[in-house]
Design a protein around this ligand. Structure first.
Ligand code: FDA
Length: 283
Protein backbone atom coordinates (compact mmCIF):
# COMPACT_ATOMS: atom_id res chain seq x y z
CA UNK A 1 0.00 0.00 0.00
CA UNK A 2 1.22 3.54 -0.71
CA UNK A 3 1.99 5.34 2.55
CA UNK A 4 0.01 8.60 2.81
CA UNK A 5 1.98 11.69 3.92
CA UNK A 6 2.19 12.28 7.67
CA UNK A 7 1.01 15.89 7.21
CA UNK A 8 -2.53 14.47 6.84
CA UNK A 9 -2.49 13.07 10.36
CA UNK A 10 -0.66 15.91 12.13
CA UNK A 11 -3.81 17.24 13.77
CA UNK A 12 -4.43 13.93 15.59
CA UNK A 13 -0.93 12.44 15.91
CA UNK A 14 1.80 14.35 17.79
CA UNK A 15 4.66 13.24 15.55
CA UNK A 16 6.48 10.28 14.10
CA UNK A 17 9.30 10.44 16.67
CA UNK A 18 9.69 10.55 20.46
CA UNK A 19 11.28 14.05 20.59
CA UNK A 20 8.32 15.44 18.59
CA UNK A 21 5.89 13.79 21.01
CA UNK A 22 7.72 15.22 24.05
CA UNK A 23 7.57 18.69 22.47
CA UNK A 24 3.82 18.29 21.97
CA UNK A 25 3.42 17.30 25.64
CA UNK A 26 5.40 20.38 26.70
CA UNK A 27 2.92 22.47 24.73
CA UNK A 28 -0.03 20.79 26.45
CA UNK A 29 1.56 21.17 29.90
CA UNK A 30 1.98 24.88 29.16
CA UNK A 31 -1.80 25.04 28.61
CA UNK A 32 -2.54 23.41 31.97
CA UNK A 33 -3.11 19.89 30.56
CA UNK A 34 -1.34 16.65 31.44
CA UNK A 35 -0.77 13.82 28.93
CA UNK A 36 -0.76 10.10 28.38
CA UNK A 37 1.73 9.10 25.68
CA UNK A 38 0.87 6.26 23.33
CA UNK A 39 3.29 4.62 20.90
CA UNK A 40 1.27 3.82 17.79
CA UNK A 41 1.31 0.26 16.57
CA UNK A 42 -0.90 -2.76 16.98
CA UNK A 43 -0.73 -6.53 16.88
CA UNK A 44 2.68 -8.15 16.68
CA UNK A 45 3.03 -11.91 16.31
CA UNK A 46 6.79 -12.17 16.38
CA UNK A 47 8.45 -12.37 19.85
CA UNK A 48 11.30 -10.11 18.71
CA UNK A 49 8.82 -7.39 17.71
CA UNK A 50 7.10 -7.66 21.12
CA UNK A 51 10.48 -7.36 22.86
CA UNK A 52 11.28 -4.32 20.69
CA UNK A 53 7.96 -2.72 21.69
CA UNK A 54 8.78 -3.38 25.35
CA UNK A 55 12.13 -1.59 24.88
CA UNK A 56 10.36 1.31 23.13
CA UNK A 57 8.05 1.70 26.14
CA UNK A 58 11.05 1.69 28.50
CA UNK A 59 12.78 4.33 26.33
CA UNK A 60 9.60 6.40 26.49
CA UNK A 61 9.52 6.09 30.31
CA UNK A 62 13.17 7.21 30.41
CA UNK A 63 12.46 10.21 28.25
CA UNK A 64 9.46 11.26 30.36
CA UNK A 65 11.69 11.12 33.47
CA UNK A 66 14.59 12.92 31.76
CA UNK A 67 12.51 15.70 30.22
CA UNK A 68 10.39 16.25 33.35
CA UNK A 69 7.12 16.55 31.36
CA UNK A 70 3.81 15.85 33.12
CA UNK A 71 2.85 12.61 31.39
CA UNK A 72 2.14 8.95 31.99
CA UNK A 73 1.94 6.18 29.36
CA UNK A 74 -0.80 4.16 27.67
CA UNK A 75 0.15 0.74 26.36
CA UNK A 76 -1.42 -1.93 24.14
CA UNK A 77 -1.08 -5.58 25.06
CA UNK A 78 -1.21 -6.72 21.41
CA UNK A 79 2.04 -4.78 20.93
CA UNK A 80 3.52 -6.79 23.78
CA UNK A 81 2.62 -10.13 22.19
CA UNK A 82 -0.93 -10.90 23.43
CA UNK A 83 -1.64 -12.74 20.16
CA UNK A 84 0.95 -15.32 21.21
CA UNK A 85 -0.83 -15.93 24.51
CA UNK A 86 -1.11 -14.42 27.98
CA UNK A 87 2.17 -15.95 29.21
CA UNK A 88 4.63 -14.28 26.81
CA UNK A 89 2.65 -11.05 27.00
CA UNK A 90 2.68 -11.06 30.82
CA UNK A 91 6.47 -11.23 30.87
CA UNK A 92 6.72 -8.11 28.68
CA UNK A 93 3.96 -6.36 30.60
CA UNK A 94 5.70 -6.97 33.94
CA UNK A 95 8.95 -5.57 32.52
CA UNK A 96 7.19 -2.35 31.45
CA UNK A 97 5.32 -2.07 34.78
CA UNK A 98 8.55 -2.57 36.73
CA UNK A 99 10.36 0.08 34.66
CA UNK A 100 7.46 2.49 35.23
CA UNK A 101 7.43 1.82 38.97
CA UNK A 102 11.17 2.57 39.18
CA UNK A 103 10.54 5.93 37.52
CA UNK A 104 7.31 6.70 39.42
CA UNK A 105 5.13 6.73 36.29
CA UNK A 106 1.55 5.48 36.01
CA UNK A 107 0.74 2.94 33.24
CA UNK A 108 -2.67 2.66 31.58
CA UNK A 109 -3.49 -0.50 29.66
CA UNK A 110 -5.66 0.48 26.68
CA UNK A 111 -8.60 -1.76 25.76
CA UNK A 112 -8.61 -3.21 22.22
CA UNK A 113 -11.21 -5.23 20.28
CA UNK A 114 -13.45 -7.72 22.11
CA UNK A 115 -11.26 -10.77 21.32
CA UNK A 116 -8.85 -9.28 23.87
CA UNK A 117 -11.21 -8.02 26.61
CA UNK A 118 -11.11 -11.08 28.87
CA UNK A 119 -7.35 -11.60 28.49
CA UNK A 120 -6.60 -7.90 29.06
CA UNK A 121 -8.67 -7.81 32.25
CA UNK A 122 -7.20 -11.12 33.45
CA UNK A 123 -3.65 -9.82 32.95
CA UNK A 124 -4.54 -6.56 34.63
CA UNK A 125 -6.06 -8.27 37.69
CA UNK A 126 -3.02 -10.56 37.90
CA UNK A 127 -0.42 -7.78 37.83
CA UNK A 128 -2.33 -5.02 39.66
CA UNK A 129 -1.67 -6.21 43.26
CA UNK A 130 2.08 -5.97 42.57
CA UNK A 131 1.84 -2.80 40.44
CA UNK A 132 -0.96 -0.66 41.92
CA UNK A 133 0.16 2.38 39.91
CA UNK A 134 -1.49 0.94 36.82
CA UNK A 135 -5.00 1.09 35.41
CA UNK A 136 -7.18 -0.26 32.64
CA UNK A 137 -9.90 0.88 30.21
CA UNK A 138 -13.59 -0.06 30.13
CA UNK A 139 -15.78 0.42 27.03
CA UNK A 140 -19.40 1.45 27.66
CA UNK A 141 -20.64 -0.27 24.47
CA UNK A 142 -19.99 -3.75 25.90
CA UNK A 143 -22.78 -5.45 27.87
CA UNK A 144 -20.24 -7.00 30.23
CA UNK A 145 -18.84 -3.64 31.37
CA UNK A 146 -21.20 -3.10 34.29
CA UNK A 147 -19.92 -6.29 35.98
CA UNK A 148 -16.31 -5.42 35.07
CA UNK A 149 -16.63 -1.95 36.63
CA UNK A 150 -18.08 -3.45 39.83
CA UNK A 151 -15.14 -5.84 40.09
CA UNK A 152 -12.55 -3.13 39.32
CA UNK A 153 -14.11 -0.83 41.92
CA UNK A 154 -13.88 -3.63 44.48
CA UNK A 155 -10.17 -4.04 43.66
CA UNK A 156 -9.51 -0.31 44.03
CA UNK A 157 -8.25 -0.10 40.45
CA UNK A 158 -8.09 3.06 38.36
CA UNK A 159 -10.38 2.87 35.32
CA UNK A 160 -10.59 5.01 32.18
CA UNK A 161 -14.12 4.93 30.81
CA UNK A 162 -14.61 5.28 27.02
CA UNK A 163 -17.47 4.51 24.63
CA UNK A 164 -15.38 2.06 22.59
CA UNK A 165 -13.70 2.43 19.21
CA UNK A 166 -13.94 -1.00 17.56
CA UNK A 167 -16.68 -2.57 15.46
CA UNK A 168 -18.47 -5.09 17.68
CA UNK A 169 -21.50 -7.36 17.02
CA UNK A 170 -24.88 -6.78 18.75
CA UNK A 171 -24.47 -10.10 20.56
CA UNK A 172 -21.93 -8.41 22.87
CA UNK A 173 -22.27 -4.63 22.40
CA UNK A 174 -25.07 -2.06 22.31
CA UNK A 175 -25.73 -1.29 18.63
CA UNK A 176 -27.58 1.98 19.28
CA UNK A 177 -25.77 5.19 20.22
CA UNK A 178 -28.42 6.11 22.85
CA UNK A 179 -27.76 2.85 24.69
CA UNK A 180 -23.99 3.34 24.56
CA UNK A 181 -24.50 6.81 26.02
CA UNK A 182 -26.86 5.59 28.73
CA UNK A 183 -24.41 2.87 29.66
CA UNK A 184 -21.59 5.45 29.71
CA UNK A 185 -23.55 7.67 32.14
CA UNK A 186 -24.32 4.74 34.46
CA UNK A 187 -20.74 3.51 34.48
CA UNK A 188 -19.36 7.04 34.97
CA UNK A 189 -21.57 7.41 38.02
CA UNK A 190 -20.52 4.01 39.41
CA UNK A 191 -16.83 4.92 38.93
CA UNK A 192 -17.09 8.43 40.37
CA UNK A 193 -19.12 7.18 43.34
CA UNK A 194 -17.19 3.99 44.06
CA UNK A 195 -13.91 3.90 42.12
CA UNK A 196 -10.38 5.21 42.61
CA UNK A 197 -9.53 8.38 40.66
CA UNK A 198 -11.42 7.34 37.51
CA UNK A 199 -10.94 8.97 34.10
CA UNK A 200 -13.99 9.99 32.10
CA UNK A 201 -12.70 9.98 28.51
CA UNK A 202 -15.05 11.53 25.95
CA UNK A 203 -15.54 14.61 23.76
CA UNK A 204 -19.28 14.43 24.29
CA UNK A 205 -20.54 17.41 26.31
CA UNK A 206 -23.68 15.62 27.45
CA UNK A 207 -21.57 12.79 28.93
CA UNK A 208 -19.19 15.24 30.62
CA UNK A 209 -22.13 17.19 32.07
CA UNK A 210 -23.72 14.02 33.35
CA UNK A 211 -20.49 12.98 35.07
CA UNK A 212 -20.01 16.42 36.60
CA UNK A 213 -23.58 16.49 37.90
CA UNK A 214 -23.19 12.99 39.38
CA UNK A 215 -19.97 14.03 41.14
CA UNK A 216 -21.64 17.09 42.60
CA UNK A 217 -24.62 15.08 43.77
CA UNK A 218 -22.32 12.50 45.38
CA UNK A 219 -20.15 15.18 47.01
CA UNK A 220 -17.07 14.10 45.01
CA UNK A 221 -14.68 17.02 44.31
CA UNK A 222 -13.52 17.79 40.74
CA UNK A 223 -9.97 16.85 41.68
CA UNK A 224 -11.04 13.27 42.57
CA UNK A 225 -11.53 12.26 38.94
CA UNK A 226 -9.98 13.14 35.60
CA UNK A 227 -11.46 14.21 32.27
CA UNK A 228 -9.60 12.92 29.23
CA UNK A 229 -9.69 13.75 25.52
CA UNK A 230 -7.69 12.83 22.45
CA UNK A 231 -4.88 14.97 21.04
CA UNK A 232 -6.18 17.50 18.52
CA UNK A 233 -9.88 17.07 19.33
CA UNK A 234 -11.86 19.92 20.99
CA UNK A 235 -8.76 21.85 22.01
CA UNK A 236 -10.66 24.92 23.28
CA UNK A 237 -12.96 22.72 25.39
CA UNK A 238 -9.94 20.94 26.93
CA UNK A 239 -8.59 24.26 28.19
CA UNK A 240 -11.96 25.53 29.45
CA UNK A 241 -12.46 22.37 31.51
CA UNK A 242 -8.96 22.72 32.99
CA UNK A 243 -9.64 26.36 33.86
CA UNK A 244 -12.83 25.25 35.61
CA UNK A 245 -10.71 23.19 38.01
CA UNK A 246 -10.83 19.73 36.39
CA UNK A 247 -7.67 17.71 35.98
CA UNK A 248 -7.63 17.20 32.17
CA UNK A 249 -5.35 14.66 30.52
CA UNK A 250 -4.76 14.43 26.77
CA UNK A 251 -4.03 11.12 25.06
CA UNK A 252 -1.03 11.79 22.83
CA UNK A 253 -0.31 9.18 20.14
CA UNK A 254 2.92 9.23 18.16
CA UNK A 255 5.03 6.97 15.99
CA UNK A 256 5.56 5.85 12.43
CA UNK A 257 2.66 3.38 12.49
CA UNK A 258 -0.01 6.10 12.68
CA UNK A 259 -2.35 5.10 9.86
CA UNK A 260 -4.82 2.70 11.69
CA UNK A 261 -5.30 5.20 14.55
CA UNK A 262 -5.78 8.08 12.11
CA UNK A 263 -8.29 6.00 10.12
CA UNK A 264 -10.33 5.22 13.30
CA UNK A 265 -10.58 8.96 14.05
CA UNK A 266 -11.81 9.67 10.50
CA UNK A 267 -14.32 6.83 10.53
CA UNK A 268 -15.70 8.03 13.86
CA UNK A 269 -16.74 11.46 12.71
CA UNK A 270 -17.27 13.08 9.32
CA UNK A 271 -16.18 16.50 10.65
CA UNK A 272 -12.72 15.01 11.20
CA UNK A 273 -12.59 14.09 7.51
CA UNK A 274 -13.62 17.63 6.52
CA UNK A 275 -11.00 19.04 8.87
CA UNK A 276 -8.24 17.00 7.24
CA UNK A 277 -9.42 17.87 3.73
CA UNK A 278 -9.73 21.59 4.52
CA UNK A 279 -6.16 21.69 5.80
CA UNK A 280 -4.92 19.61 2.93
CA UNK A 281 -6.22 22.17 0.44
CA UNK A 282 -4.96 25.09 2.53
CA UNK A 283 -1.39 23.85 2.69
P1 FDA B 1 -18.74 10.46 20.08
O1 FDA B 1 -17.77 10.13 19.02
O2 FDA B 1 -20.03 9.70 20.20
O3 FDA B 1 -19.07 11.99 19.94
C1 FDA B 1 -20.09 12.56 20.76
C2 FDA B 1 -20.09 14.06 20.68
O4 FDA B 1 -18.78 14.57 21.06
C3 FDA B 1 -20.29 14.62 19.30
O5 FDA B 1 -21.66 14.59 18.95
C4 FDA B 1 -19.74 16.02 19.50
O6 FDA B 1 -20.62 16.80 20.23
C5 FDA B 1 -18.52 15.75 20.34
N1 FDA B 1 -17.31 15.53 19.49
C6 FDA B 1 -16.72 14.37 19.17
N2 FDA B 1 -15.65 14.58 18.36
C7 FDA B 1 -15.59 15.90 18.15
C8 FDA B 1 -14.74 16.74 17.38
N3 FDA B 1 -13.73 16.26 16.65
N4 FDA B 1 -14.97 18.07 17.41
C9 FDA B 1 -16.01 18.57 18.10
N5 FDA B 1 -16.86 17.82 18.83
C10 FDA B 1 -16.66 16.50 18.85
N6 FDA B 1 -11.37 3.45 22.77
C11 FDA B 1 -11.12 2.13 22.99
O7 FDA B 1 -11.84 1.28 22.46
N7 FDA B 1 -10.08 1.76 23.80
C12 FDA B 1 -9.29 2.68 24.44
O8 FDA B 1 -8.37 2.30 25.18
C13 FDA B 1 -9.56 4.06 24.22
N8 FDA B 1 -8.82 5.04 24.82
C14 FDA B 1 -9.22 6.36 24.73
C15 FDA B 1 -8.57 7.34 25.48
C16 FDA B 1 -9.06 8.66 25.48
C17 FDA B 1 -8.40 9.70 26.32
C18 FDA B 1 -10.21 8.98 24.69
C19 FDA B 1 -10.78 10.37 24.69
C20 FDA B 1 -10.80 8.04 23.91
C21 FDA B 1 -10.32 6.72 23.90
N9 FDA B 1 -10.93 5.74 23.13
C22 FDA B 1 -10.62 4.42 23.36
C23 FDA B 1 -11.85 6.11 22.01
C24 FDA B 1 -13.31 6.08 22.42
O9 FDA B 1 -13.74 4.76 22.59
C25 FDA B 1 -14.18 6.74 21.34
O10 FDA B 1 -14.04 6.04 20.15
C26 FDA B 1 -13.86 8.22 21.08
O11 FDA B 1 -13.54 8.89 22.27
C27 FDA B 1 -15.08 8.91 20.45
O12 FDA B 1 -16.18 8.88 21.32
P2 FDA B 1 -16.72 10.14 22.15
O13 FDA B 1 -16.94 9.69 23.55
O14 FDA B 1 -15.79 11.29 22.06
O15 FDA B 1 -18.12 10.45 21.57
Amino acid sequence: MIRPPFALARRFVAGETLPEAIEAVRGLNGRGLSASLDILGENVSDPAAAAAAREDYVRLLDEIARSGVDANISIKLTMLGLDRGEGPCEENLRAVLAAARERGTFVRIDMEGSRYTAATLALFHRTFPEFPDSGVVIQSYLYRSRADVAELNRSGARVRLVKGAYKEPPSIAWPRREDVNRSFDELAEALIGGGRYPAIATHDDARIEHARAAAERLGVPRTAYELQMLYGIRRARQETLAREGHPVRIYVPYGRDWFPYFYRRLRERKENVFFVLRNLFRS
